[in-house]
Write a protein that binds this ligand. Sequence first.
Ligand code: COI
Length: 362
Amino acid sequence: MKGLQVSVTQIKIERAAKLKPKPDTAKLGFGKYFTDHMFIMDYDLGIGWHDPRIVPYGPFTIEPSAMVFHYAQEVFEGLKAYRRADGGIQLFRPEANIARMNGSNERLSIPTIDPELFLEAIITLVTLEKDWVPSEPDTSLYIRPFVIATEPHVGVHASSSYIFCIILSPVGAYYAEGLNPVKIFVESRDVRAVKGGTGYVKTGGNYAATLRAGERASQMGFSQVLWLDGVNRKYIEEVGSMNVWFKIDGECVTPMLGGSILPGVTRDSCIKILKHWGEKVSERLIDIDELFEAAHSGKLEEAWGCGTAAVISPIGEIVYDNERCCVCDGQIGPLTRRLYDSLTDIQWGRAEDPFGWITRLD
Ligand code: COI
């Protein structure tokens, strides 16, 4: 469903009376600090989306009976604003995140948001908060749009009211390991998502369902879980909260999308960059046994996870039941490194953008 829309010129701005001190950019971590302002827009049945505004960052007042607390009617996105060396600021593929969030809205019976207004909201908010975009190497301003269902009602149906909000957080590396290859554990008990469910959309419940396996893996000394499909329990789907890639005997392979896998913007960017380089790229089923056979016969050349938060995260070791395989001698592979460098060079404006992915805010 598509709600009624307001004109893009109607974003009102209420400035914070007092600005917060900025955090030490050498110690940002991920998602711990939030800027001075946020964007909000309300939805009410019969009116549509209305009152787009930027206000001081702060708590919402919503009722304990608000439907999001009970039935998890919620979606979110994640993208980043980058500081170039010349001091300017740019966004990476915001249209892709906006389109994906409207796809998530559709799956969760939430009214979609006008893409132009959505982009205008991001640009207006980031421009207002431009002093929060950090300039240390590998830092950026993480942009978190989300929608929550606010109707005060514990009956199960789609809410008649929502809040759409965008908050901003200056961030450093997502994983403490940075670009060092991580150890991953193949999860064979819990399942992240199944086809027909919500695995392909960005909704909080998908992430809540992964926490237990993540905690078990962490207690055993692993950084991430490798997720298998929920039906056959043998096809590789994702790693942690990222898409996953393998280079097997010269072929760059990532699990094909089919309803249970998030269509990652970084995943899509990897496909396009690798093809641009003339690499053989396949989106297909990858059986966990095929992966271990490739590893044991020396054909598993590289492995990495990819997502907006971590960009590219090399995989150095995989453990499945009692089997273990080492990838690229536990080192970052040459293609993984080249992909990381190329993607981040485009994102931070250090290289030309042959794909038209960058939106400059200055
Ligand atoms: C991403 O890589 O962008 C993610 O999905 C992680 C996020 C949930 C923090």
